[in-house]
Write a protein of this length. Structure first.
Length: 614
């Protein structure tokens, strides 16, 4: 160890509040304050005369070449270092200043060391934040800019320059910066925003389009704020972000949403989306038109707000079942009864709506109005029923024709055979008269069959609203002599204003046949009494004709009453055709006829005129 140079006032140096050390030109520690020695964890009596390198050996975060350069003594230097012997990091900053005597001879270096741990921590945090911000800036493509009003100088960070497509060496100015914005709306808008920021300090944040240095259009998010001093704007700064991909994606999404909305709105289906509480969160045009409401009036509504309570409860139960089981309900016939009482038949499907995690958060519903189809189906069913009835009648009619004509032809054949074989003149004349009678009977049969055919083939004849009482009075007038000769008590209780849907000729035929039958089958020991009544019942009118005649044994003849050529009394005028004809007439108009009768008491016929078939 070299001899320690004598140093004046060592006790003063030792007590210096600022950690200070004196090192000679050979880099030997010749004097130091206690606080300086403490910073280097050196024992005071052993530290003097030591090379200062040995003391710095317990410190890190610097290079020894830097330390040598600081000890040259030619000018002031700074060096940061950290004590690695402590359990906690302690940072120092040492200032190396040349040490001269009174003749300006260089004696060595004065070292002043300060504890800068807090400052170093802040610097490290700031560095970390800057690194993080830079990384985020790279990922988010966010740059920054500053404008110094006094110096009329604008500064762009590297990211801002990269977004503009200019080199890092590029030096912008305000006019050039504004010129990068696309001519038209974007350039006019940024000019106005920058002016308001500069003059009034009004901040802005706007999405606009720029034209990069290589001529490409890009969407950017430009923002700006002002720094004021004494109420005056002195500096501007802001952010500059490349949002082109985001905006393009948004536009594509918006276009897709518009396309989907257009598609859904023009579907011939009612489409809706409900949340877990069955509140509508989306409806299409068809759903709005069906309910007669605007979308804003439907959003948030449930079926209980729109439909009959019972129907709404059924719909809610369906919703819960679909959301609980996650199984779609497809093509189910449903009936909607709206608040105004109108009824619609729908073919409805409901599909559970799932989030990214597979959890249900609502459902999608689609309904097709099949009311018209159901009406057509009912009409078709009615047509099938009518066809079945007509077919049955046709078969019965074929049997009747076959039977009756076969009987006539057999009779003709036998009579002709007799005529050929007979030689006696008088007998041949008698046979000729029999052939004449047979011919007349055949013609009558053919006329009867033609009448039945005419009724059966004219089922679509136009019906009119006929006043029932007027038709009865007309029949009564036409039969006045007949009724008077038979001393008939005619009681007409039909209301004067009651109307029925009927073919005019059929209505007169029905009344005429029923009245004449009541007279024909009267009791011989009592005057006939005929009572006519009528009343409305739901969608039909019931017309009743009652008599006090012989009556019919329904147990015996009940299934034959309306058959062709069926008679139940030994009346020489009975042909067994009237009831068969009026039954066909009534059914051709969509009505029905029934009979109640008791032997020796009388008979009541009830004719049903259906108004709904009008």
């Amino acid at each position: 160890m070299k001899a320690i140079k004598k140093f004046p006032y060592p006790y003063l140096i030792k007590q210096l509040p600022q950690p200070t050390a004196f090192v000679d030109n050979d880099h030997i520690l010749v004097s130091a304050s206690d606080s300086w020695i403490h910073n280097f964890d050196a024992i005071q009596e052993n530290s003097m005369g030591s090379e200062v390198y040995k003391l710095f050996a317990s410190h890190s975060e610097f290079h020894f070449d830097d330390l040598k350069r600081c000890l040259k003594g030619d000018k002031t230097h700074k060096l940061r270092h950290k004590n690695i012997d402590n359990s906690e990091d302690v940072w120092y900053e040492s200032i190396f200043t040349p040490w001269f005597d009174e003749r300006e001879n260089l004696l060595g270096t004065i070292i002043q060391t300060n504890n800068i741990t807090q400052e170093a921590i802040k610097d490290a945090e700031l560095k970390r934040m800057n690194t993080l911000l830079k990384a985020k800036s790279e990922v988010a493509k966010v740059g920054s800019w500053e404008y110094d009003i006094a110096q009329d100088k604008i500064t762009w960070c590297d990211m801002t320059k990269r977004i503009h497509g200019v080199p890092k060496s590029y030096v912008p100015n305000v006019n050039e910066g504004i010129a990068f914005y696309k001519q038209g709306y974007s350039r006019n808008r940024i000019s106005m925003l920058f002016h308001n920021l500069l003059e009034k300090g009004v901040p802005f944040s706007e999405r606009l389009v720029i034209i990069t240095h290589d001529g490409k259009e890009r969407w950017v998010a430009a923002g700006g704020k002002a720094i004021k001093k004494d109420g005056k704007v002195v500096k501007l700064f802001g952010t500059f972000q490349d949002v082109n991909e985001h905006v393009v994606a948004e536009n594509k999404t918006r276009e897709s949403e518009q396309l989907l909305t257009t598609l859904i709105d023009n579907l011939p289906l009612n489409v809706f989306i409900k949340d877990k509480n069955s509140r509508k969160i989306l409806v299409n045009k068809s759903e709005c038109e069906y309910l007669g409401l605007k979308p804003k009036d439907l959003i948030g509504k449930t079926d209980f707000d729109l439909y009959d309570k019972d129907v709404a409860q059924i719909s809610r139960d369906e919703d819960l079942e679909v959301m609980r089981t996650l199984k779609p309900m497809l093509g189910q016939e449903t009936i909607n009864v709206r608040k105004d009482g109108s009824i619609t038949n729908f073919l409805t499907s409901k599909i559970p709506l799932l989030d990214m995690n597979g959890k249900v958060y609502g459902l999608i519903g689609m309904s097709m109005d099949i009311t018209h189809m159901k009406q057509k189906e009912d009409q078709l069913r009615n047509l099938i029923n009518v066809t079945a009835v007509q077919n049955k009648k046709l078969i019965n009619f074929a049997h009747i024709v076959s039977h009756n004509l076969r009987s006539h032809t057999a009779n003709f054949s036998m009579l002709l055979d007799f005529l050929i074989k007979e030689r006696d003149g008088s007998e041949r004349e008698r046979i000729m008269k029999m052939l004449s009678y047979a011919s007349d009977n055949l013609l009558e049969t053919l006329e009867n069959l033609n009448e039945v055919v005419d009724i059966s083939t004219n089922i679509n004849m136009d019906k009119k609203s006929m006043n029932l009482n007027e038709s009865i009075i007309k029949v009564q007038q036409n039969l006045s002599a007949f009724l008077e000769r038979n001393k008939v008590e005619f009681i007409n209780s039909v209301p004067d204003d009651l109307t029925v849907p009927s073919v005019p000729a059929y209505l007169e035929s029905i009344v005429l046949n029923l009245v004449t039958n009541a007279v024909k089958y009267r009791k011989t020991n009592a005057h006939p009494v005929i009572s006519l009544t009528a009343k409305k019942q739901e969608d039909s009118v019931i017309f009743s004709i009652s008599d006090n005649g012989l009556g019919i044994d329904l147990n015996r003849y009940g299934n034959k009453i309306f058959g062709m050529y069926k008679t139940f009394h030994n009346n020489k005028d009975a042909r067994g055709l009237g009831l068969y004809i009026i039954k066909n007439q009534i059914e051709a108009m969509g009505g029905n006829i029934t009979v109640n009768s008791e032997v020796g008491v009388g008979t009541t016929f009830n004719v049903y005129f259906n108004e709904e078939n009008q």
